[in-house]
Design a protein around this ligand. Structure first.
Ligand code: SF4
Length: 505
């Protein structure tokens, strides 16, 4: 039965994870053209563009966080959904074995990673019947960094910089602007938002995510919502949050709004924020064989174009070369805005490692170390490990621990994305350390800066959460928090807050 179904789903997963759809590519190319050359956002977008091309060419994961696989399946009457669900789960496990998906399914009680992306609630598979004779499968891979920036509002509500949001479309507009402002660079801007007006708390979020299956250039069939989407897109970029929250002209590449009926007492606005690594794709299958008849979102009229016409990251001559381990003098010489090229040893560490270090001595000497907030995709070649995708993860999650870890163990540099808060900034000033922002999602680009995997500690936490000992060469990043109390993230948040007040009025 449906002899090709498994292979078709596997192909869908691999292409979704490795090759952005044409409408997202076009929007990112427009963003690249909008930022003046030499600015922080322009440099970041150049790395992103190169990363998109590299991922497609090498069939590697665009971002190391391959997200929560969410399948929307339409089947003809009478189709065997139990069998299809099992096949989809097996295809997810196979894509994970092949390194196209990172093992991302974690037991919420024990913290144990299942290793194959299967577990209660993962992957998400929704079935619907329709009266057509083909099977449609759409897939979105939405990562954790942008998922954490989702927002839900119960109207009426008072919003910072915007005042009261009433139960009107203008109130909805204010909520969307607030959600984008609040995300700053933490969701790997420039992003796209799916929005639901109404529903209840659960259906609202589901419908908001469903909006992300629309193409970025479509027009909402409801003229009232079309007008709302246009109004958001014509003003939101004046926030000047820019790529990765570095400041810049493009903050959002799409806004798609749907509406559901609600209870009289409730008025929810749910916002699903997706990052620039907006991975969604779909297929139409022959219902008797399961073979792919047509790819969705990829039409001959929208051919895949390369993102970059010339070489990628080009040096300006102002980059600062750093070799770890770093000294107090090395880091105190750096200031916000410096572009650095890091070489030498780097250790990865994210949620489980930070929590562990609060109660245990580190497994390696961290004096002068560079700590990289990253959960890489790592595959084993014989006895050796190889990193195939290694972009930064959202740093703010480590805010409760980072200052103490810098103080206790002498870490000199933290690399991540989205910036950190006041506690970490104070510890950096007191103990001599800096925060460097790498470009979120640029997993292929950064994997190529890693020249060796020299060891691993705490592998029992699972591959994304283990502490990997990496050797890197010319790993580019931007200093966004320095050892003198300066934070680009704090400045952009304040400046964009002032813009929000003007736009939202
Ligand atoms: S691009 Fe950023 S937000 Fe998106 S999945 Fe990757 S790390 Fe997460």
């Amino acid at each position: 039965m449906l002899a090709n179904f498994f292979d078709s789903v596997l192909q869908l997963i691999v292409r979704t994870s490795t090759d952005l759809p044409p409408d997202v590519r076009a929007a990112m190319k427009t963003a690249l053209g909008a930022e003046p050359a030499g600015t922080r956002s322009s440099q970041a977008l150049t790395i992103i563009a190169q990363n998109i091309d590299l991922a497609a060419d090498a069939e590697g994961a665009i971002c190391q966080d391959t997200g929560m696989p969410t399948f929307e399946v339409h089947v003809p009457l009478g189709a065997n959904q139990i069998w299809m669900r099992q096949q989809i789960r097996e295809a997810v496990a196979e894509a994970t074995r092949r390194g196209k998906l990172r093992p991302n399914s974690v037991d919420s009680i024990t913290g144990k990673n299942s290793g194959d992306n299967l577990g209660p609630g993962t992957p998400i598979i929704h079935f619907d019947q329709w009266e057509r004779d083909r099977i449609e499968i759409k897939l979105i891979l939405k990562g954790g960094g942008c998922e954490n920036t989702n927002a839900q509002y119960a109207l009426p509500v008072e919003l910072p910089h915007l005042g009261r949001a009433d139960r009107t479309l203008d109130g909805v507009r204010k909520c969307i602007l607030h959600a984008v402002w609040n995300a700053q660079g933490k969701g790997c801007a420039p992003g796209a938002v799916g929005v639901c007006v109404g529903g209840d708390r659960t259906s609202g979020y589901t419908h908001a995510k469903e909006q992300l299956f629309r193409t970025l250039d479509d027009i909402n069939p409801d003229p009232r919502l079309a007008e709302l989407e246009a109004s958001i897109m014509s003003t939101v970029n004046d926030l000047d949050i820019g790529t990765m929250g570095f400041g810049g002209k493009v903050t959002l590449i799409g806004c798609k709004v749907g509406a559901l009926n609600r209870l009289p007492a409730s008025f929810f606005v749910s916002v699903a924020y997706d990052c620039w690594a907006f991975r969604r794709l779909g297929v139409l299958l022959d219902a008797s064989t399961g073979a792919i008849e047509q790819w969705l979102y990829r039409y001959p009229s929208h051919p895949i174009i390369p993102m970059l016409d010339q070489a990628g990251f080009t040096r300006t001559g102002r980059e600062i070369a750093l070799r770890s381990p770093l000294s107090d003098a090395d880091v105190r010489a750096l200031k916000v805005g410096d572009v650095v090229m890091v070489s030498g040893r780097m250790f990865t560490g994210r949620d489980a490692v930070h929590s562990h270090l609060m109660k245990h001595e580190p497994p390696v000497d961290l004096r002068g170390a560079v700590l990289y907030h990253c959960g890489p995709v790592v595959v084993k070649d014989g006895d050796a490990w190889r990193v195939t995708a290694a972009g930064p993860t959202t740093s703010i999650r480590e805010e409760p621990y980072q200052g103490e870890i810098i103080k206790r163990y002498g870490v000199r540099a933290v690399i991540g994305k989205g910036g950190m808060g006041a506690k970490t900034l104070a510890a950096m000033q007191e103990h001599g350390a800096v925060y460097m922002n790498a470009i979120g999602g640029a997993a292929q680009f950064y994997a190529r800066s890693i020249t060796g995997v020299d060891g691993v500690s705490l592998l029992e936490f699972g591959t994304p959460e283990a502490m990997w000992h990496l050797t890197v060469e010319d790993f580019p990043a931007i200093v966004t928090m320095d050892a003198h109390g300066n934070s680009l993230h704090k400045d952009i948040e304040q400046e964009s807050g002032a813009h929000l007040a003007t736009i939202g009025a």
